[in-house]
Design a protein around this ligand. Structure first.
Ligand code: NAP
Ligand code: GDD
Length: 353
């Protein structure tokens, strides 16, 4: 392909995750070639992006995978050199807060050191080629921790987990590389965002999966921890658009991305069970395993800056989000039921997390 025809190229770490899949869809729609870093696993971990994949020999192929890992700086460097991206989205993470208390060193390695490794690759690549390459760093509202709501870009971080402290480190590395080397690195500070593709051990998906399975007689109890925590839950499909907008902005900056409304875990439970005509109190039991040594009580974001500078607002409200997830998970449970009725196994194993 002649240089003039070269499509814009994005490189996504964490492409196999929830956000990676929505972002890939968005970028392909916008005409990008999308390259993603996939970590080697003993089973396929590409379920969320399979619908976008075509054989790379197919001229219509727009999605390309590269084996790599955030703990392996040499591989990251090699991939950047080979892909020659215009935009890099750093989404890879051990992203489960509770798990980060069990695996703090690994979490810090992937999240904080991983971001630093990527920034080092970017620094050298830009110095060598002189190209304008822009990077998005996936920061989190978890970084605010104990800070009272509503939290904005001006709110000081008070992280409460190894995951959150690692995200703060990554955020600060990104700011430092922006200032020290003039790199275009944007920090997103995204509040919780969910979807039917959300990992099944995060509380929203754990709830909607359980509701679907209870409706189909596949599960009779749901074990949860703290129901009082409040979160600002949005739809992941809306939030990846904010990531892209950050990299189209004229200057690299930090942006809070949120709906501006918060609900408790109990509110989410009520809404999801109500959707199925069920009373959550008949099914939910407490299990202290799901408590965290330090909890984040209340996250509610002020995304005025993203609205003002990026023209971004959350399009999906809480009720619509719960209904979308509950419906998708009812369909999934129906399929499990059909398989079981046809004598094909026992369905999925009980959900944890
Ligand atoms: P996710 O579904 O957990 O996806 C995480 C991705 O990172 C997966 O593709 C995962 O690969 C990959 N990954 C994990 N460890 C890796 C490693 N060592 N090397 C390379 N890749 C690795 O997370 P998400 O919800 O899409 O979130 C995307 C990013 O935004 C994360 O950085 C998360 O911390 C951050 N964030 C999320 C939210 C939210 O509410 N969703 C809010 C704020 C910030 P596998 O598929 O192989 O596991
Ligand atoms: N996972 C889980 N499982 N959480 C539970 C449970 C349970 O059984 N019971 C209660 N909770 C409570 C947690 O204690 C927490 O207060 C709240 O539900 C939300 O938990 P998660 O869904 O695991 O999300 P999170 O807020 O800890 O972290 C997510 O959002 C962050 C942004 O604020 C993750 O996606 C992070 O990666 C992300 O950065």
């Amino acid at each position: 392909m002649a240089a003039a025809e070269r499509r814009r190229r994005a490189l996504i770490t964490g492409i196999t995750g929830q956000d990676g899949s929505y972002l890939s869809e968005l970028l392909i729609t916008k005409g990008y070639d999308v390259h993603g870093i996939i970590r080697r696993a003993s089973m396929f971990n590409t379920g969320r992006i399979e619908h976008l994949y075509r054989d790379p020999h197919d001229p219509e192929a727009r999605l390309f995978g590269h084996y790599g890992d955030m703990t392996d700086g040499t591989a990251l460097r090699r991939i950047i050199e080979a892909v020659e991206p215009d935009e890099i989205y750093n989404l890879a993470a051990q992203s489960h807060v509770r798990v980060s208390f069990d695996e703090p060193e690994y979490t810090a390695d992937v999240v904080a050191m991983g971001a630093l490794r990527l920034l080092e690759c970017l620094r050298d690549y830009v110095a060598r080629t002189g190209r304008d390459v822009r990077m998005y760093q996936a920061g989190s509202s978890e970084m605010f921790g104990d800070a009272p709501p509503r939290q904005s870009e001006a709110t000081p971080f008070q992280p409460r987990s190894p995951y959150a402290t690692a995200k703060v480190a990554a955020h600060e590395h990104a700011r430092n590389y922006r200032e020290a080397y003039g790199l275009f690195v944007a920090n997103g500070i995204l509040f919780n965002h969910e979807s039917p593709r959300r990992g099944e051990t995060f509380v929203t998906r754990k709830i909607t999966r359980a509701v679907g399975r209870i409706r189909e007689g596949l599960q009779d109890k749901l074990y949860l921890g703290n129901l009082d925590a409040r979160r600002d839950w949005g739809f992941a499909g809306d939030y990846v658009d904010a990531m892209w907008r950050m990299l189209q902005h004229d200057t690299p900056d930090d942006f809070v991305v949120a709906t501006g409304r918060s609900y408790s875990v109990r509110d989410f439970l009520e809404a999801a069970f109500e959707q199925a005509g069920l009373d959550w109190q008949d099914y939910v039991e407490f299990d202290e395993r799901y408590l965290r040594p330090t909890e984040v009580d209340h996250l509610e974001g002020d995304a005025a800056k993203a609205k003002d500078k990026l023209g971004w607002t959350a399009a999906t409200d809480f009720k619509t989000l719960v209904a979308m997830m509950a419906e998708a998970d009812h369909e999934l449970a129906r399929r499990e039921r059909t398989l079981i009725d046809a004598g094909h196994g026992e369905g999925l194993t009980a959900l944890n997390g």
